[in-house]
Design a protein around this ligand. Sequence first.
Ligand code: AQP
Length: 331
Amino acid sequence: MDEKKVIFSGAQPSGKMTLGNYLGAIKNWTLLQDEYECYYSVVDLHAITVPQKPEVLRNNTIELLAQYIACGLDPEKNTIFIQSHVKEHLELMWVLNTMTYMGELNRMTQFKDKAKKSEENLNAGLFTYPVLMAADILLYQADLVPVGEDQRQHMEIARDLANRFNNRYSETFTIPEGYMPKEGARIMSLQDPTKKMSKSDSDPNGYILLADDSDAIVKKIKKSVTDSLGVVKYSDEQPGIKNLLDICANFSGRDPQDIAAQYEGKGYGAFKTDVAEIVVEYLRPIKEKYDYMLANKDYLRDIYLAGDVKAQEKASKTLKAVYEKVGFIPR
Ligand code: AQP
């Protein structure tokens, strides 16, 4: 029997999961879980690159795990684990740090964006974030990494570092490929459709959380920023409407242009009402399962403890090979 190809991906417990996180990444995780050997992590080490309150971080970590399961990840089929429990991530990161150029990190747009937001906390972790992400991926010899469009640059660094290491020390790492959805690769803020929807946005009206109740979802979609043209059209000149059409298209499996055509002669009000209904109905079972999971924290603990062991098994093999090639004396 052919060995299954490997997937790695993760999300940060830097807040609660948004519709952007779901449509950009997690939905694909669930679609790929039968075909691949999958490692899905709650990447808490990444989350502390911006200040986190310890209690909030702990809650967000468990809640994100609950959301992974609520979205349809089967803990029997996937290795689901907490990043900080597998220390190999940090050890491989160190080795890769010594092979990463300052110039290539300086070019990262996510760093530039986050640096603007965190001028008082411009820490080195934020700068070397892509190196930790490369370590996450390469430790599991991942072939595929399902992520949103915002991670494209980081995926390039992961590939470059894998190639660089292989060329310097001989074949060690699988070269990973990013896997992005056709629609939903970049869901935009509902309040500023020129920037991406983010769970750490200071304006809660900018994002829809998977944990939001129906009323909140309806209100946020009704309040979403559009334009004064008054025509539902799938066009770059109407980023707010385009974003809502992308969300609809993703949830209904229909073409965004066809959906737009349905609203000829109708105003934005009717369109927004329908978008809200589609989102509410789609998220309803996810929210129900999420609430159930949160009431079963022991089960969640069992999931991550089993996942930690399986993840570490694989990660330690890769790290051992790396240490040998680099020239460290084995203990
Ligand atoms: N708006 C988005 N549209 C599509 N995909 C998105 N992703 C994030 N935002 C969007 C994808 O979700 C996955 C998990 O993201 P993450 O938690 O690792 O970090 P992030 O990309 O920085 O997400 P946020 O929500 O913007 O978090 P904060 O506010 O903490 O920075 C990734 O695959 C990402 O591409």
